[in-house]
Design a protein around this ligand. Structure first.
Ligand code: E4P
Length: 218
């Protein structure tokens, strides 16, 4: 499973990138707001750092305007993925942009039928939002499993990009189900390394080692 980082924080991306953890990046208008940066500038900086797909989201609501924004965004770098919302206009923009050879991420997906129609429109990535479904007491992971089954039934090439990932358990479940990609905030990716028994075991080893009175480097 590929790891995308869900942030516009360049320093946080760079830290994970050093460890080879970053296969791509996703941003959205809320993340751009949080960064306090200009969308074109920060996206360019991210693309210079990460060679994998970098999603930049359009903000227009009409297909023609989304297409114009998408054309502007793809000028930033060759690894830009235009992110469009899962609306009828978004699907129209998706078709035009993918036909022109650009990568498109269809976002804000909350149902299998939405994922199906995005694949029909030629989406490169579909972004089902796991956490936001969980927030309203609908099992977000069940949606990932259902989309996996439907895409496999018909051999759709659209990649499942599990989004709105909020916990390490979400990541493990996505990997078990077979999502192609998951995108998570840096803190969630870092949390993958944690386990209470690792901390407990290390604490014991450290205490026992001190009792030996030995050193390795001396
Ligand atoms: C995905 O592309 C979105 O940017 C993101 O995963 C949304 O996550 P949230 O629901 O935690 O805001």
């Amino acid at each position: 499973m590929k790891f995308f980082v869900d942030t516009a924080d360049v320093a946080a991306i760079a830290e994970l990138h050093e460890l080879g953890m970053v296969d791509g990046v996703t941003t959205n208008p809320s993340l751009i707001l949080k960064s306090g940066r200009n969308i074109l500038e920060v996206t360019r900086e991210i693309c210079e750092l990460v060679p994998g797909p970098v999603s930049a989201e359009v903000v227009a609501l009409k297909a023609e305007d989304m297409i114009a924004e998408g054309r502007k965004l793809v000028e930033i770098a060759s690894n830009i993925v235009v992110k469009v919302p899962l609306t009828w206009d978004g699907l129209r923009a998706c078709k035009v942009l993918t036909d022109a050879g650009h990568m498109v991420n269809v976002t804000l997906c909350f149902s299998v039928n939405q994922a199906l129609i995005a694949a029909k429109a030629g989406a490169t990535f579909i972004s089902p939002f796991v956490g936001r479904l969980d927030d309203i007491n609908i099992d977000g992971m069940e949606l990932i499993a259902d989309i996996r089954q439907v895409y496999d039934n018909y051999d759709f090439q659209t990649q499942i990009l599990a989004a709105s990932i909020r916990s390490a358990n979400h990541v493990a479940e996505c990997a078990r189900i077979g999502a192609d990609v998951m995108t998570a905030p840096p803190a969630v990716i870092k949390a993958l390394a944690g386990h209470v028994l690792t901390d407990k075991g290390l604490d014991q080893f450290t205490k026992d080692w001190a009792k030996t009175g030995q050193t390795i480097l001396s």
